[in-house]
Design a protein. Structure first.
Ligand code: DC
Length: 229
């Protein structure tokens, strides 16, 4: 039997990390973990509690509340992937809004938030056979992952993908708004002092601006096969 490995996929927002990760997990029979959903759930929690107001985040209140935040993934057989539950409530839809997207980077900067989530992520991956995507998976969460992928694409390409997704869901957004949000998140994700998005030395970079889903999937599946056989 092939050996089970850890696959870490990092990169900017809307590079198609989760699409690739889900495809890999399905074909390999691995667990897929979307770590962005965990940061999003904490941003959503903060909004619900009133810790986020316009441009201000009450970090102290959030930090004090962290022990009361329980995050779980439950596999949805119909959808074929795990959905995010916050304190027992399915928040998969609520965490994908543009409001959450515009606050989540501020929440993800907080060291106490990162420490809590990194620990939970490491627990989820301790038996390998996992595909995890995020920003710090190959650098902080699983520095010993057997395969690390670092995905990139131009901001324009990524904003267009995100815009199409949101419009399809019926959200009222403009392309300019989405592009601004993508650029702002890129800036915060790469400039924060705690676990910024950087390519791990041993990660393989894939720019998918000009690759379709199938081409990208085949490329990465070949890399996986080299590692597991
Ligand atoms: O992948 P995403 O766009 O759903 O991630 C949401 C935000 O969470 C993103 O702005 C950066 C942050 N994030 C992070 O800091 N570390 C991770 N491992 C995953 C996401």
């Amino acid at each position: 039997m092939d050996k089970k490995i850890t696959i870490a996929i990092d990169g900017f927002s809307s590079t198609g990390k989760s699409t690739l990760a889900k495809q890999l997990a399905k074909v390999l029979g691995y667990v897929y973990v979307d770590t962005g959903a965990m940061y999003r759930a904490i941003a959503y929690f903060s909004m619900q509690k009133g810790y986020i107001k316009t441009d201000y985040l009450d970090k102290e209140s959030l930090i004090v509340s962290l022990p009361n935040i329980q995050l779980q993934f439950h596999f949805n057989v119909e959808l074929g992937f795990a959905e995010m539950y916050l304190n027992g409530e399915n928040v998969e839809k609520q965490i994908r809004t543009i409001e959450v997207s515009s606050f989540v980077s501020k929440v993800a900067e907080i060291p106490e938030v990162r420490a809590k989530l990194v620990e939970q992520q490491q627990q989820m991956g301790k038996n390998k056979g996992i595909v995890m995507d995020g920003r710090d998976i190959g650098t902080v969460v699983f520095p010993d992952a057997e395969l690390k992928i670092y995905m990139t694409a131009s901001a324009q390409t990524r904003a267009q993908r995100r815009y199409d997704e949101l419009i399809q869901k019926g959200d009222q957004v403009t392309f300019e708004e989405v592009l601004k949000n993508v650029e702002e998140r890129d800036y915060i994700d790469t400039h924060r002092s705690n676990s910024p998005l950087i390519k791990a030395d041993d990660a393989i970079e894939i720019d998918n601006s000009n690759l379709n889903r199938e081409e990208q999937f085949e490329l990465v599946l070949d890399l996986v096969k080299q590692k597991i056989s």
